[in-house]
Design a protein around this ligand. Structure first.
Ligand code: GAR
Length: 221
């Protein structure tokens, strides 16, 4: 964790548009989150998220998984680049690669992800389509600590949004994304303030254990 005179250092991993990255950039810039984004890494070239980082003056790196002959060698290069900045926190913001346990163990308790569903529902991809298909009345997004279990780490905060009868998957995705930009900065701010910790498999906020589903944030639109 950060000392009293040093900002929390964050490295962000992205694969695409980077709207969650932008939400964090904005809150660091306006002082809501007391941190420094040291590096943004993308596994895809030419994505909007890299432009967003450049625009904010944040160093970027491309670690293209297609150029590595195994997941291990890809992850070794990620770790090399990440650890050269000695971050306190690793933030996955739409990073669409699966990790080996060696990677997740290396960043245990200091790696957060946001997933577009109310975990443990709808791990993996196509979450909005699957929520509609299931006939659910509510959907959302979850911030969680990352463990070796895909989308299975302990939950920090969930944004809960209503599903409307007329919703298409893209309507729903857009409604959820707005709320992702609310809850991810909240969780990151807590972490940077030393308030959010992982003790074994238990998430604590201000040293109090959180319920399994984390904190609920209800969006009313
Ligand atoms: C977000 O909806 C995020 O929850 C999702 O990708 C999108 C990235 O958007 N992440 C995952 O599906 C991770 N499994 P962004 O690039 O605009 O932040």
């Amino acid at each position: 964790m950060q000392s009293s005179h040093e900002k929390t250092k964050i490295v962000v991993l992205i694969s695409g548009g980077g709207s969650n990255l932008q939400a964090v950039i904005d809150q660091v810039a306006n002082g809501t989150i007391d941190a420094e984004i040291s590096l943004v890494i993308s596994n895809n070239p030419d994505v909007k998220g890299l432009q967003r980082a450049n625009h904010a003056g944040i160093p970027t790196a491309l670690v293209n998984h297609r150029e590595y002959d195994s997941r291990d060698s890809f992850e070794r290069e990620l770790i090399r680049q990440i650890d050269s900045h000695q971050p306190d926190l690793l933030v996955l913001a739409g990073f669409m690669r699966i990790f080996n346990a060696g990677f997740t163990n290396h960043y245990a308790g200091r790696m957060l992800n946001i997933h577009p569903s109310l975990l443990p529902k709808f791990k993996g991809v196509h979450t909005h389509e699957r929520a509609l298909q299931a006939g659910d009345k509510e959907h959302g997004a979850t911030v969680h600590f990352v463990t070796s279990e895909l989308d299975g780490g302990p939950l920090v905060i969930q944004a809960i949004v209503p599903i409307k009868d007329t919703d298409t998957a893209s309507d729903l995705a857009a409604r959820v994304l707005v709320q992702e930009h609310v809850i991810y900065p909240i969780a990151i701010k807590w972490f940077c303030e030393g308030r959010l910790t992982l003790d074994g498999n238990q998430v604590c906020l201000d040293k109090q254990p959180l319920p399994k589903e984390g904190i609920a944030h209800h969006a009313n639109s």
